[in-house]
Design a protein around this ligand. Structure first.
Ligand SMILES: Cc1cc2nc3c(=O)[nH]c(=O)nc-3n(C[C@H](O)[C@H](O)[C@H](O)COP(=O)(O)OP(=O)(O)OC[C@H]3O[C@@H](n4cnc5c(N)ncnc54)[C@H](O)[C@@H]3O)c2cc1C
Length: 434
């Protein structure tokens, strides 16, 4: 599987930073330079798994719709499979793709800009490169970290945590920082945390513990991975992860379950838990996540949501009270897995909702699907899998798992191979290349 060839990858890295460039939040006093719309203009903000998938499926639903994808990054980096990159099982180039390729394949416009303002009364967004008027708007800006959730409020401490011990759940820069830490890690505790609430990729902290422990084992490092979790057992695939910890990494992984975090001091490298203090040498410290701050800034959040998620119709995804604005991906309030597979599968439904509403019709809700492979062994490459579907329980008025949901806890090489295939299939679908 190759995202970009080695030469293309090096050339692009030389030309531009891969992650979000800091862009000034200036107020636009001119219109963005875009071709005149030939049909209803749907603007999508955020070119992650959600935004990219909606852009593609909208054009599939109706090629006459004018779709503009506004994304501030210059290159796409896939977070799914990025634990394989951290564990040395996949090069960065295979996770890196061009937005231009996705736009060409899907027949829509990629506009590299940072959205700064929303004017709902004029149906207009502002970007650092001018304003864009929309018929409908989809916001899919992903998540941000909430360090205050474990008591860290001092800006210097947050900066230190973000730069020295990043969680690695939002940007490629964090992943690069973690791999750098691991390359020079000699001994001691490498700490990981699994945050409370519904966080991005439920299986990922446990998978990461296995892959880092495998590296330590291979290099015979005098250290261990300490994974702190407030839950009694892993959030998904409990049986599969616990047997991997015990059978493959006894002595290399210490799983501290039922342990709450009360504070983190990145300067003295100490985590205060409700039981005792843990000293660490390195780590990827993952705080609770929240919807990207733009959702709150534009008054689109649900005031009762602890993770500041959007106040949307939970079946049609439009903001309650405004059918011209949709919020999708990891900013949704429904307790679905915050995963690329949910973002990708729900995008098919959201694209249908938007396209059929333009014709004055409505569509029925269909469940998204979460597919999450976790590589737990590296020699041989064996994975486990969690697959979930959802249903709305009319009696309790709560979301629940559909009975088709199932964990596959017996690690196998077949699931290991399927992990790579999942990536290939999705990269080919969105970017037309692998
Ligand atoms: C280590 C790891 C492993 C994972 N493994 C899996 C897995 O195996 N399977 C799975 O299904 N999922 C997995 N995930 C989860 C998956 O990556 C996320 O759930 C998914 O990326 C969510 O998509 P999104 O589009 O909502 O957000 P994102 O992918 O974060 O995209 C948001 C986009 O919005 C852009 N943006 C934000 N603000 C602005 C603005 N103001 N203007 C313009 N652009 C903006 C950002 O630059 C970004 O590109 C994993 C995640 C991690 C971190």
């Amino acid at each position: 599987m190759t995202g970009l060839s080695r030469r293309e990858f090096s050339a692009l890295l030389g030309a531009t930073a891969i992650s979000a460039l800091p862009m000034p939040a200036i107020s636009a006093n001119h219109e963005a330079e875009l071709p005149d719309p030939k049909g209803a203009r749907i603007v999508i903000v955020g070119g992650g798994w959600s935004g990219l998938s909606i852009a593609k499926y909208l054009k599939t639903e109706n090629p006459k719709i004018d779709v503009v994808l506004v994304e501030r990054r210059t290159l796409f980096f896939s977070l799914p499979l990025s634990n394989l990159f951290i564990g040395g099982l996949m090069p960065q180039s295979q996770l890196t793709y061009r937005f231009e390729d996705a736009a060409k394949l899907g027949g829509y416009i990629y506009f590299n800009a940072n959205m700064t303002e929303l004017d709902r009364s004029r149906r207009r967004i502002e970007t650092n490169k001018g304003w864009i008027d929309y018929d409908s708007l989809v916001l899919a800006p992903g998540v941000e970290y909430d360090y205050s959730s474990f008591g860290v409020k001092n800006p210097d401490a947050i900066t230190e945590l973000k730069s020295k011990f990043p969680a690695g759940f939002v940007s490629v820069d964090e992943q690069l920082s973690i791999t750098k830490q691991l390359a020079s890690f000699k001994k001691g505790v490498f700490v990981l945390t699994a945050p409370p609430g519904i966080y991005r990729c439920a299986a990922s902290p446990y998978e990461r513990a296995c892959l880092i422990a495998a590296l330590f084992k291979k290099r015979n490092i005098k250290g261990k991975v300490v994974l702190i979790d407030s839950r009694e057992e892993p959030a998904v695939n409990g049986e599969g992860f616990l047997s991997a910890f015990e059978e493959l990494y006894g002595g290399w992984i210490e799983y501290m379950n039922s342990t709450g975090i009360e504070g983190v001091d990145p300067f003295s490298k100490t985590i205060k838990t409700d039981f005792d203090d843990i000293k660490f040498e390195g780590g990827a410290i993952y705080p609770r996540t929240r919807a990207a701050r733009m959702i709150e800034r534009f008054d689109l959040n649900d005031p009762t949501s602890p993770q500041k998620e959007a106040r949307i119709d939970q079946f049609d995804y439009n903001f309650v009270g405004d059918e011209r604005i949709y919020v999708t991906g990891d900013c949704r309030p429904m307790p679905f897995s915050k995963s690329a597979s949910v973002a990708n599968s729900e995008a098919k439904h959201v694209a249908k909702v938007i396209a059929t509403r333009l014709q004055g019709r409505e569509v029925k809700w269909v469940t998204p699907e979460s597919v999450c492979y976790s590589m737990v062994n590296t020699q041989p490459r064996e994975a486990i899998l969690s697959r979930s579907f959802y249903r709305f329980d009319e009696n309790s008025k709560q979301w629940a798992f559909d009975p088709r949901s199932k964990p596959y806890n017996n690690r196998s090489e077949r699931l290991g191979a399927e992990t790579y295939l999942w990536g290939k299939t999705h990269f080919r679908e969105i970017f037309g290349r692998i």
